[in-house]
Design a protein. Structure first.
Length: 195
């Protein structure tokens, strides 16, 4: 049991002791009214215990890694929409993990400078001769070739990508990659990419 769990357990024990003390010291009220209050407090305590026991699942759903499921027939990937409304996908580029936001409005794959370094491209050695129009204006880009681009069971070789010279919080997975899939379906908070 970790320190957080012990702290929660002590808190619940103190809360339970206070409720039991209140229940027995409140003899002025009728027994029926006292039982109603005891049941209400019991339900509150059980609810608190329930939330604490599944807190890791709640935290993971709200703030954790993107959920990416590969179907058993290995012909599709299903991505769950996150709380911010976006779809995130984890890929392996030249063996390095890279998180992307799936952006059907982006023309190409756009890597942040940090992700480019992780994949093996030094931004200081790149020639930023390209231009991309973004919501924040025009930015300079450098073209690179990713030797190995893997998403779940799908692997592509020699994939063209752009490295953004400006600041970019997360890399973008645009239509130049998404067009490798025969069907893109968005329904019920899920995006399905099918080959």
């Amino acid at each position: 049991m970790d320190d957080l769990s012990i702290g929660h357990l002590i808190y619940l024990l103190v809360l339970t002791a206070m409720v039991v003390f209140w229940f027995f010291s409140d003899a002025k009220q009728s027994l029926g009214k006292s039982l109603q209050h005891a049941v209400a407090w019991g339900l509150i305590i059980l609810g608190t215990i329930g939330v604490i026991s599944i807190w890791d699942n709640i935290e993971s759903a709200l703030f954790g890694e993107p959920q990416q499921i590969v179907f058993t027939d290995r012909t599709a990937i299903e991505i769950t929409q996150q709380i911010d409304g976006h779809y995130y996908l984890k890929a392996s580029l030249n063996g390095a993990p890279v998180d992307f936001v799936v952006d059907t409005g982006a023309t190409s794959i756009v890597l942040s400078q940090e992700d480019a370094k992780r994949v093996g491209f030094d931004p200081d050695d790149l020639k930023f001769t390209g231009r991309a129009r973004t919501a924040n204006g025009v930015v300079a880009t450098a073209s690179v070739i990713v030797d190995d681009f893997a998403v779940g069971p799908f692997r592509d070789q020699n994939v063209l990508a752009e490295v953004n010279q400006g600041s970019l919080d997360i890399s973008l997975l645009g239509m130049s990659y998404l067009s490798n899939y025969g069907q893109i379906t968005i329904s019920g908070g899920k995006m399905t990419l099918t080959r």
